[in-house]
Design a protein around this ligand. Sequence first.
Ligand SMILES: NC(=O)c1ccc[n+]([C@@H]2O[C@H](COP(=O)([O-])OP(=O)(O)OC[C@H]3O[C@@H](n4cnc5c(N)ncnc54)[C@H](OP(=O)(O)O)[C@@H]3O)[C@@H](O)[C@H]2O)c1
Length: 271
Amino acid sequence: MKTILVSGGNSGVGLRAAQEFVARGHRVVLLGRNRAKGEAALASMGSGKDRASFLSVDVSTHDGVRDAANRVLAEHDRFDAIVHTTGVLMMKEMRTSDGLHPFFTVNYLSRYHLTQLLLPTLRGAERPRVVMMTAAVPPGEADYTPFPEFKPFSFGKMREAIQLGNHHYAAHLTRTEPNFVAGVVNAGAVKTDIMRETPWFMKVGSKVVGPFIFDSVEKSAHNVVEASLRDDWLLPTYWGKVGNFDKQTPIVLDELTTRDVMDRSREITGA
Ligand SMILES: NC(=O)c1ccc[n+]([C@@H]2O[C@H](COP(=O)([O-])OP(=O)(O)OC[C@H]3O[C@@H](n4cnc5c(N)ncnc54)[C@H](OP(=O)(O)O)[C@@H]3O)[C@@H](O)[C@H]2O)c1
């Protein structure tokens, strides 16, 4: 039986992955903000409910991540995998109390920070792994000059650099932590709560075209589940094709850029 932390596991794709882990006999710890969704998520586990728990946390700030890590560590000293499916889709200018944009902190930095604080819990696993979900962003180059403030925020110009932070972290973990594997999974397009902070016209657009383009939540969660449980992948890997675990792209990035992104992440979080 594996123990898997699913950050973002009270909703959408993360919840679907967590349900699958429990259905296959594993234990899950779910993180998310909304307590009611957390309770509903646990209730949805049916007879496996006693192998699931939920902590209400907010990972958009440095202190929020530290609090989340402390509360997780108070109850758990070992994980086989950490899965990050936290995400917000916020296009307008906004700042957390740390002066950073929530799209950056939730969709990248919290993954780095929380995992770093929980590394000791993973090191005891036979093949520890970290799996991070993003939108479709194949490994590649991006402009990291605005990192970490990304100010003034431009979703169109900056989203790729922010999401590619996950690829850099996957490459870094695989390179620096013995036996670790880490990867990034494209979510595809799925009807979840992710649209809640988007402008009205995007919500209307997704209602109109959604039925023609949306993947099912099961299909979107498939690669996360396989990457978390299977042992037949070794390289830092990007799964770009939703629902197809065999279509794997090795994450090959400029090592100096990875070092720079990691150095700056360490500098702002202290982790
Ligand atoms: N659905 C899509 O079409 C799509 C497309 C591209 C990428 N993605 C990515 O896929 C992943 C899964 O998203 P989803 O579609 O399943 O959306 P979702 O249902 O909205 O799930 C997002 C999760 O992130 C959690 N979260 C957000 N902000 C948080 C914060 N500050 N602190 C702690 N938890 C926070 C949410 O918890 P609460 O609900 O409690 O706030 C929820 O569990 C995300 O990384 C998303 O960016 C999805």
